[in-house]
Design a protein around this ligand. Structure first.
Ligand code: 5AD
Ligand code: FES
Length: 346
C-alpha cells in the first residue's frame, strides 16, 4: 500500500483498481502514512497556515428537494428564515472587525433573492470591503446569472457536485435535478473566471467505492481550486433519516487522497467533520486539509440552517467561534491566518 501512496504522491493519480485498493484499505498504519504524505505536500505549499472563511447562511428557503438535506422544500418542520441585505452586511461588518477577509454567502436555492438583489448585495459588500474575497454558494444558476454575480465582484463559487456517479446521483436527488446540469454549472463557473469548489459527501446512501472513484476522476478532470468533502449525516426530517452517517476514517482518507491528487487545492475541514467527532476538524487538518469555515450567521438563525442532525457551533457568537478555532488550530501546531487565503498556483 505504501507504494501506491508514493505513486499517488508522485503522479497525482492512480488507476481505478489502485484507487479501489487504497479507498477500501481500512488500515490504521496505512492511513497514518497517507496522512503524513498529505501533510508533507500541503506544508510545502501552505506551511502551517490554516485559512479561515466566514460563513453566512443567509437563507434556508430552498426550491429543491434533495433526499439528504434538512432544508429540502418538503421538510415542513424546517423553520424558514431569510436575512435582509442589512443583516447580511452587518454580519460582514462583524466578521471584518474580527479579521475575516473571506465571506461565504451560502443559502438554499431561494428565488426571493433575484439576480438584481444579489448583484446589488455583492456590489455593496465589495465596495465596503474591497480587500475581502466574496464566495457564493447558492446552487445551480444560468451562465448569465453566474456572469452577472462575477461582474458584480464575486470571486469564488462553491457548488458541490454531490456525486459524479450518474446512477448514484439519481438515487439521492429527485428527477428534476440532473448531474449533467450540475457539472455544466461547474464548467461555466470556471470559464467565467471564478475560483471554483466542487465536492461530495462521504458515505451518502447508496454510495459505493466505484462512485467515489468517479468523484476522484471528476475532480481530477475539473481541476478545481477547492474541494469540499464531509461525512453524510442523517437529518431526522428527510427520507434518509434512517441511514448511517459517513465514516470518519474514510473521510480523512479521502482528504489525504485529494491533497495528493491536487497538491495546491484549498481543502476545508468541514463542520460536518467536526459534528461526527469532537476533534474532527483537527483530524481533517492533520490529514491534509487547510481551510476552516466558522459560522458568522446570527445566533438566532443558526439552529434553523440544519442540513443534518446535531450540527455544531449552534450557540456561539462569531467572536467565540473564531477564538475557539484559533485555539483548536494552535493545539495541533497550526496557525489561523487572517487573509483572503487565495489559491496558490506555485
Ligand atoms: N449531511 C452532510 N452534508 C450534507 N449536505 C447537505 N445535506 C447533508 C447531510 N445530511 C451538504 C451537501 C451540500 C452542502 C452545503 O452540505 O453536500 O452541498
Ligand atoms: Fe464554532 Fe468552535 S468553531 S464554536
Amino acid at each position: 500500500m505504501k507504494d501506491l501512496i508514493l505513486k499517488l504522491e508522485n503522479e497525482h493519480f492512480l488507476k481505478d483498481d489502485e484507487f479501489k485498493a487504497l479507498i477500501e484499505n481500512n488500515n490504521e498504519k496505512t492511513d497514518a502514512f497517507l496522512a503524513e504524505r498529505a501533510v508533507y505536500i500541503r506544508e510545502k505549499i501552505y506551511g502551517k497556515d490554516v485559512y479561515i472563511r466566514g460563513l453566512i447562511e443567509f437563507t434556508n428557503y430552498c426550491k429543491n428537494d434533495c433526499y439528504y438535506c434538512g432544508i429540502r422544500k418538503s421538510n415542513a418542520n424546517a423553520n424558514r428564515y431569510r436575512m435582509t441585505e442589512d443583516q447580511i452586511i452587518e454580519c460582514c461588518k462583524t466578521g471584518y472587525e474580527l479579521g475575516f477577509r473571506t465571506f461565504v454567502l451560502q443559502g438554499g436555492e431561494d428565488g426571493y433573492y433575484t439576480d438584481d438583489k444579489l448583484v446589488c448585495l455583492i456590489k455593496k459588500i465589495k465596495s465596503l470591503y474591497p480587500d475581502c474575497a466574496l464566495t457564493l454558494s447558492i446552487g445551480e444558476k444560468s451562465y448569465e446569472s453566474y456572469k452577472a454575480y462575477f461582474d458584480a465582484g464575486a470571486d469564488r463559487y462553491l457548488l458541490r457536485h454531490e456525486t459524479a456517479d450518474l446512477t448514484h446521483y439519481s438515487k439521492i436527488h429527485p428527477k428534476n435535478l440532473s448531474l449533467q446540469n450540475r457539472i455544466q454549472c461547474l464548467y461555466n463557473l470556471k470559464e467565467i473566471g471564478y475560483q471554483v469548489g466542487c465536492g461530495f459527501m462521504v458515505g451518502s446512501p447508496f454510495q459505493t467505492t466505484e462512485s467515489i472513484i468517479e468523484d476522484l476522476k471528476f475532480i481530477k478532470t475539473l481541476n478545481p481550486h477547492m474541494v469540499g468533502i464531509g461525512p453524510f449525516i442523517p437529518h431526522k426530517d428527510t427520507p434518509f433519516k434512517d441511514f448511517e452517517q459517513g465514516s470518519l476514517r474514510l473521510t480523512l482518507r479521502l482528504l489525504s487522497i485529494i491533497r495528493l491528487m491536487l497538491p495546491n487545492v484549498l481543502l476545508p475541514a468541514t463542520t460536518a467533520l467536526g459534528t461526527i467527532h469532537p476533534l474532527g476538524r483537527e483530524k481533517g487538518i492533520l490529514s491534509g486539509a487547510n481551510v476552516v469555515m466558522p459560522n458568522l450567521s446570527p445566533v438566532e438563525n443558526r439552529g434553523k440552517y440544519m442540513l443534518y442532525n446535531n450540527k455544531i457551533c449552534m450557540g456561539d457568537e462569531a467572536a467565540e467561534c473564531i477564538m475557539c478555532m484559533k485555539r483548536r488550530m494552535e493545539s495541533i501546531g497550526y496557525k489561523v491566518v487572517l487573509s483572503r487565503g487565495d489559491f496558490k498556483s506555485n
